[in-house]
Design a protein around this ligand. Structure first.
Ligand code: ADP
Length: 726
């Protein structure tokens, strides 16, 4: 009898939303380490997975094992990253493969194509037949090799034209690396001269870098130089370790060209950037170079956190309070929280920067878990704007108009002084609700509870949740009334219409996701605003972040109460943050700015705190009221969202779960109640809220609870740990 040698095996985790990894046999002669990228068979397919450090499962017999096909010639994922993926999966109650999927999204960067054929311009061969298309290609071809596709796209011709030129000898083929390494940032360049307060803050942050761990809150009003100061921390981290990698995170819409330019100036090389507008080739390059450790500085939106970091030594989370850090679909993670958790597990420092920190962060700083670093005043001669609250009950605008007397007067003055005005209203379109004046019907999206918003710009009714749109009907679909459908309330288009009527000579533009939907259009509008070529900018939140408009001296919050309504406990905090952001756009240069907030609730603590500039009193009052009821940041919350196409099945699951709530000290379950947007595209949604104390293990409780009621495929259950709204 021949003796069979047991097979060597490894656990391989696949980047898929289900499953926790499978055992595979390792072929003779192949050495595998945890973190290695491998190709393995899965059913009839071959897929890429990652060798995971788990023990393999002895209950799977050798003859059932499939064999690893090959190992990629790429650096393995770092052990601390594998550990973090395990932790994040447990925290958010999702399969580990789902977290791995976020990490390997750029997996095409692993393809072993070492070089690609490109073309460079050659001296013009004699007798070359010239055509306008050929001329166009030769005009864009140059010293640097470009692929046939890139050349063809740049010249607006087909790839055949490019190949024709290569055959004729006018282009020379060369091999080139499609993912060239990044020029390393130079941390030894001098930064700008810092003011005294800024220098002290930078010193504090350098100390943090020296200690190599801990979280700091960099707290300073808009325009105080937080960016300038945290760039000193970035420089210190890059200097301290020649292999260190640093991530600067920003909310997607604050990741602007001027910001990237600023980093380029500071470190002498353009930083790698990572966000949804980066081409797939651009992302592949960043991903690959982060994995091989040569990309050392990345500026990115939230998903940059899950790049395949080798040696991350610092994360800066700018605008840490921004709700955009919470992912709202797929895995419902919060990138700021994950950054702090990653820093704590891997022992590297994290800097959170904000002019209006979240209550979570404020409490962590107060209780000494975070170090607080303050920047109390604006840089240089700029001072904080004057904020006035305009009581709309005392100054009602005319019928169908939205600007009250005091705002109109202030705009007149500002325009007379050749300065710029920002009218802020966080509502896209012309009118938020479309209603029939005869029968009262409110137009909603099909199979949804969401309202249709009139857009005059495109002359359509649009649902902002589902993306559904239709031409505006001539008749009411309910009662058939002709010309009875009317938009109610203001959107940016309507406010712009009013402004055009009042100031026909002013240059007026709208900035919202509808008007800046083409790549480049936002940039163009912002640079015209910066250059003073726009007099009045009517804008949603899209323009509120991170921009410096030197000629802007007046900001009007057209409806400053918006956001305070609704039952959400975070509404006041959120409204305060947004309005201070917007207000912070005014008077960033030498001229003092002013802000008018139009409000029907001028006595509301948000309006009062903004007018008095008493941010800290407001935060204390908010903290106090959250503490009274044990809500975050004092307690913990999780949401459980059930959704189904069939309402009876949804209700049956909700009832069964409601009856099965286990008893646990300090944990309460509320609901079920209809989730916000109860019906969306024909799917119904119910929500439970689970509330515990800071010490409660909500994940264990929820796992226990959901385990008692068998799920059906008809009802989807999604757990939202630390939901943003509550
Ligand atoms: P924040 O991030 O706090 O809003 P920034 O870092 O963007 O502030 O600074 C606001 C403006 O002041 C920017 O235009 C910045 O270039 C300028 N600034 C801040 N500090 C300095 C400094 N020490 N030297 C020169 N310019 C500075």
């Amino acid at each position: 009898m021949t003796e069979t040698v047991p097979k060597r095996r490894v656990k391989v985790l696949l980047p898929m939303p289900a499953g926790n990894g499978y055992d595979y046999a390792v072929p003779e002669g192949l050495d595998l380490r945890p973190g290695d990228f491998v190709t393995v068979p899965l059913g009839p397919r071959q897929v890429t997975g990652v060798v995971w450090p788990d023990a393999s499962d002895p209950s799977v017999p050798d003859e059932k094992l499939k064999t690893v096909v090959r190992r990629f010639d790429a650096p393995p994922l770092a052990p601390q990253l594998l550990d973090f993926a395990d932790w994040a999966a447990r925290y958010y109650m999702v399969p580990r493969g789902a977290i791995l999927r976020m990490v390997v999204r750029g997996e095409q960067g692993l393809s072993e194509v070492k070089g690609k054929t490109g073309y460079r311009k050659a001296p013009l061969p004699q007798g070359l037949r010239m055509t306008p298309k050929r001329e166009a290609v030769l005009a864009v071809a140059g010293e640097r090799a470009l692929s046939a596709k890139e050349l063809a796209e740049a010249a607006g011709v087909t790839e055949g034209v490019v190949r024709g030129l290569a055959d004729a000898g006018a282009l020379v083929p060369v091999m080139f690396d499609p993912d060239p390494p990044f020029t390393p940032p130079n941390p030894h360049l001098p930064g700008r001269a810092l003011e005294e307060g800024q220098a002290a803050a930078a010193e504090e942050l350098r100390k943090l870098i020296g200690e190599g761990k801990g979280t700091a809150l960099l707290d300073g009003v808009t325009g105080s130089g937080k960016t300038e100061v945290y760039l000193e921390a970035v420089a210190a981290a890059l200097k301290a370790d020649a292999q260190a990698q640093v991530l600067v995170m920003l909310p997607e819409i604050a990741l602007t060209l001027p910001f990237l330019k600023r980093l380029e100036e500071r470190f002498g090389a353009p930083p790698a950037h990572w966000h949804s507008d980066v081409s797939s080739a651009g992302r592949r390059r960043v991903w690959k170079r982060v994995l091989d450790g040569t990309c050392r500085l990345v500026v990115g939106a939230r998903s940059a956190l899950f790049l395949p970091w080798q040696n991350l030594k610092l994360i800066v989370v700018d605008e840490e309070h921004d709700p955009a850090y919470k992912q709202q679909d797929g895995i419902l993670y919060h990138a700021r929280d994950m950054a702090v958790a990653m820093g704590a597990r891997q022992q590297f420092p994290v800097v959170l920067a904000s002019a209006t920190p979240s209550l979570e962060t404020v409490l962590n700083a107060e209780e000494g878990r975070y170090r607080r670093v303050m920047l109390p005043s604006r840089f240089g001669p700029a001072v904080m704007p004057d904020v006035h609250v305009c009581d709309m009950r005392a100054h009602p605008p005319d019928q169908g108009r939205w600007l009250a007397g005091p705002a109109v007067a202030a705009i007149n003055d500002t325009l007379a002084q050749k300065k710029q005005v920002l009218l802020y209203l966080n509502r896209r379109g012309y009118a938020p609700v479309t209603l029939c004046r005869r029968c009262g019907e409110r137009m909603t999206a099909p199979d949804s509870d969401t309202w249709l918003v009139e857009h005059k710009y495109t002359n359509r009714l649009v649902c902002h949740q589902t993306g559904f749109s239709m031409p505006k009907p001539e008749k009411c679909p309910h009662c058939g009334g002709e010309d009875t459908l009317a938009g109610c309330g203001p959107g940016v288009e309507r406010v712009a219409e009013e402004a055009r009527e009042r100031w026909p000579d002013a240059r007026i533009e709208i900035f919202s996701s509808d008007t800046v939907d083409r790549p480049g259009s936002a940039k163009e509008l912002l640079s015209r605003m910066t250059a003073g070529e726009i007099d009045i900018l009517v804008a949603t939140q899209a323009a509120a972040k991170g921009h410096n408009f030197p000629g802007l001296t007046l900001v009007v919050g057209v409806d400053a109460d918006l956001g305070l309504s609704g039952g959400d406990l975070r509404a006041a905090e959120r409204t305060y943050q947004v309005l201070s952001q917007v207000a912070g756009r005014a008077g960033r240069a030498a001229d003092r700015g002013s802000v008018i907030l139009q409000s029907y609730q001028p006595q509301h603590p948000v309006a009062a705190a903004l007018a008095a500039g008493s941010r800290d009193d407001f935060l204390q009052a908010e903290l106090f009221s959250r503490e009274e009821i044990g809500m975050p940041p004092f307690g913990r919350l999780a949401g459980l969202i059930l959704s189904a196409k069939e309402e009876p099945k949804l209700m049956a699951d909700a009832r069964a779960l409601a009856q099965a709530v286990p008893h646990a000290e300090g944990i309460e379950v509320w609901g079920p109640a209809p989730a916000p947007f109860y019906r969306l595209r024909g799917v119904y949604r119910q929500r439970f809220l689970v509330k515990g104390t800071k010490r409660s293990n909500l994940q264990a409780f929820i796992a226990d609870w959901l385990g008692t009621v068998k799920p059906t495929s008809a009802v989807r259950r999604v757990v939202d740990i630390d939901p943003y709204s509550f």
